[in-house]
Design a protein around this ligand. Structure first.
Ligand SMILES: Cc1cc2nc3c(=O)[nH]c(=O)nc-3n(C[C@H](O)[C@H](O)[C@H](O)COP(=O)(O)OP(=O)(O)OC[C@H]3O[C@@H](n4cnc5c(N)ncnc54)[C@H](O)[C@@H]3O)c2cc1C
Length: 440
């Protein structure tokens, strides 16, 4: 990923300034999976053209190719350039919104369907990792949603009630049990979800891409789609150096939609989230922190995340972008947070810092949009895209190979409108900056 592309990709999150660029993403530095592709050149035809090489696009390409479709996937930068290569790596079951909240928004039947499908999303992710031998530091020992306050604990109790009613293997942990599991005495309790786990997110994305190639899909990095058109029977998708004509189209650009004429950008609110990773900790310190290998996040309104990687680095994350002004405050906060959570690791230097854009929707639910004959855009996972992106990508492949829209976990729509996106983006960014300026 080159610097100019990072600047471009993060323009919605403010001006990008030097330091984070020098330190770079941990995931880019340590990914064990690699994909080799060449840019699209000349005229090609395919059954399916996919725009965007994240989880959604790569999962769709893999599952469509396994079902016998000829596939061309076009990625403007490199595989995993978007959210899929920058995220925390928490493979969660379900969405942020608990099952009853989803049912309130979608209605009982549609809500139950989405919750059921996404409850088993980690099963799909970890089975693909096994089946295609994806080297992505996968650990399936659950996640810890940690209460930062007594009110946060009440929220977890309610989530526990709803998830238990669904039959989910969740457990409410006391403050003492949480301290043992996390290695931190900062929490009032935690919700452990045994269905979930952690991965090296970029390596998983590249692994999906490699599996798609092995199944026969053609992948093209450095192939930014400039325009898309349809004559009613087929799609014509153009890059600077080539054209793909295909009956089916998937737009999987999510929060990173960029430079594409002929399709209106799917509407979402871009929120930035940054992470900072320490140097690998000494063995005497690292085994006290998250010794079961879970990833965690807290119940605070300005949420923060924490996990380790295989080498024993601690990775702290929170809302915000590492730009000129906010970046200084976010970095200062990360140091204070590390000291507060894990005092023994508190003075470890940070070696990596990076951030990415999350596509939020107003109701925090993902969307499938009809964009023309045999064409869909899938987006808006609202910060929960590893499992859902993999599931929705597979669903699109199933829809195009006979199942039709019945394959979709949510109903496809003809239009989706988000209101006041710029205002909401600024509101969240300012809130995170203020919270990090004064809090820990
Ligand atoms: C910092 C961060 C932390 C997160 N943490 C988690 C987490 O712990 N767990 C979780 O489940 N989810 C998490 N998420 C959300 C998750 O990462 C995303 O929902 C998911 O990666 C979206 O995948 P995608 O394939 O839909 O889109 P993306 O991965 O964003 O891929 C879109 C791709 O489209 C490409 N593109 C754009 N325009 C064009 C064009 N014109 N031509 C060709 N290609 C184009 C982009 O370059 C990009 O690679 C997080 C997100 C961020 C940013």
């Amino acid at each position: 990923m080159n610097c100019s592309s990072i600047v471009e990709a993060n323009k919605d999150c403010g001006q990008f300034m030097g330091k984070a660029m020098e330190e770079g993403s941990l995931w880019s530095a340590t990914a064990q999976e690699h994909v080799e592709t060449s840019p699209l050149a000349g005229d090609e035809t395919a059954d399916l053209v996919v725009i965007g090489g994240g989880y959604t696009g790569c999962s769709a390409a893999l599952h469509a190719a396994l079902k016998g479709m000829s596939v061309r996937l076009l990625e403007a930068e490199t595989i995993g350039h978007g959210g899929s290569g920058r995220n925390v790596g928490l493979v969660n079951a379900g969405l942020w919104t608990p099952p009853e909240g989803i049912a309130e928004i979608l209605g009982e039947e549609a809500g139950a369907r989405l919750s059921t499908v996404l409850a088993s999303a980690p099963d799909l992710v970890f089975s693909l990792i096994d089946r295609h031998a994806i080297e992505c530091e996968s650990i399936r020992s659950g996640t810890l949603h940690c209460a930062h306050s007594p009110a946060g604990l009440n929220d977890l109790r309610e989530r526990y009630r709803q998830l238990s009613a669904q039959g989910a293997p969740v457990k409410l942990l006391s403050a003492q049990e949480t301290a043992q599991r996390t290695g931190s005495d900062q929490f009032h309790g935690a919700l452990h979800d045994a269905r979930a786990g952690t991965i090296q997110p970029l390596a998983y994305c590249r692994g999906l891409a490699r599996a798609a190639q092995t199944a026969g899909a053609h992948l093209h990095e450095q192939s930014r789609v400039a325009s898309v058109s349809s004559d009613g029977n087929s799609w014509r998708v153009e890059t600077k150096q080539g054209v793909v004509t295909a009956k089916h189209l998937l737009l999987a650009t999510n929060a990173y939609f960029d430079g594409l004429k002929g399709i209106a950008p799917p509407q979402s609110i871009p929120l930035c989230f940054f992470q900072m990773a320490t140097a690998p900790l000494g063995h005497n310190v690292r085994h006290k922190i998250l010794q079961g290998g879970e990833g965690g996040w807290d119940t605070a309104a300005v949420m923060s995340s924490f996990r380790k990687d295989r080498a024993g680095r601690v990775i702290i994350g929170a809302m915000g972008s590492l730009d000129a002004f906010g970046g200084v405050l976010h970095r200062g906060w990360a140091r204070r947070k590390l000291r507060a959570l894990f005092p023994e690791a508190g003075d470890q230097p940070f070696e990596h810092a990076w951030f990415g854009k999350i596509a939020m929707t107003g109701d925090h639910l993902p969307k499938i949009l009809r964009i023309g004959p045999n064409g869909y855009a899938v987006f808006g996972y609202s910060g929960r895209g590893i499992g859902p992106g993999t599931v929705f990508g597979r669903a699109v492949a199933e829809a195009f190979t006979g199942a039709g829209e019945d394959a979709f976990p949510v109903e496809a729509r003809d239009a989706h409108t988000e209101r006041f996106t710029g205002l909401k983006r600024r509101f969240y960014a300012l809130g995170a900056t203020l919270a990090h300026a004064i809090g820990r």
